[in-house]
Design a protein around this ligand. Sequence first.
Ligand SMILES: Cc1cc2nc3c(=O)[nH]c(=O)nc-3n(C[C@H](O)[C@H](O)[C@H](O)COP(=O)(O)OP(=O)(O)OC[C@H]3O[C@@H](n4cnc5c(N)ncnc54)[C@H](O)[C@@H]3O)c2cc1C
Ligand code: FES
Length: 262
Amino acid sequence: MKNPFLPHKMEILDVIPETEIDSTFVLALDKPVKPGQFLELSLPGVGEAPISVSDFDEGRLFVTIRKVGRLTDAIFTLGPGDFLFARGPYGNGFDYQDFWGSDLKVIAGGTGLAPVKKVIKNFIDSDKVSSLQVLLGFKTPEDILYREEVRAWVDSGVATLTVDKAGSDWGGNTGLITGYLKGLDLSRLDKCKFIVVGPPVMIKFVTLELLLLKVPEDNIWVSLERKMSCGLGKCGHCKIDETYVCLEGPVFRFQRARRLLD
Ligand SMILES: Cc1cc2nc3c(=O)[nH]c(=O)nc-3n(C[C@H](O)[C@H](O)[C@H](O)COP(=O)(O)OP(=O)(O)OC[C@H]3O[C@@H](n4cnc5c(N)ncnc54)[C@H](O)[C@@H]3O)c2cc1C
Ligand code: FES
């Protein structure tokens, strides 16, 4: 039987700088993936970490990596033609059918945009949803990911972008993402479905506001970035009560996730 812990090699095709500490690595895609799933990326003798799939197309898989530690520092020394090692994809990911026919609202904070970028791209010009509204929050203008795509989404009226704080040269919105929830069109509340991704504190306050607006818990999806190690339901690192987030998540309906949020 094949050892599930054995990673396979993935060639780096390109590296796209996003911010001072985030870059998107374009890898040669060799397996089917779903948006919201993650890979266990590794380098021999350095380490291994879960990293979300941010996009994919014919033969290419995109991961946006923040340089924060041992493994990611080492990955940032690599370039096109070099190889990463990967296990997976793991996790349930987002099912597009869950959102068909809805007024879809995607609310993403910071690097939380990565696991939903493909979902946004899928629905942006699609008649599978009745409407799409995207709310994006970053700490500062310098932290904005996928600048060209985000600008196009904002210019087309699909997305509202805000930053927590900015210098006087920033002409856009400022303030926390929660302050912009009132701008969402909730006139057909029963048709509205919400995806909320970002840091735990942002998920907590955004979902709290949505519940106050009488959004049913069942119509909110979140993605939980728990501490993970094996990704295979073996090590228990991600286990909360009886739930293995790596197997049953990281995407959960809020009804389930609220019991899992710390
Ligand atoms: C489902 C999932 C999806 C994810 N998707 C992404 C993604 O798409 N992109 C992404 O960039 N990240 C993602 N992450 C997070 C990523 O897996 C972590 O940032 C990972 O730890 C990076 O590995 P590393 O070896 O580079 O960092 P590590 O060396 O493990 O460091 C991680 C953090 O711990 C701190 N740290 C390390 N050692 C110590 C110490 N001794 N004392 C105190 N603090 C310490 C570091 O400063 C850093 O902030 C995801 C995580 C999960 C669970
Ligand atoms: S990460 Fe090991 S059990 Fe989930």
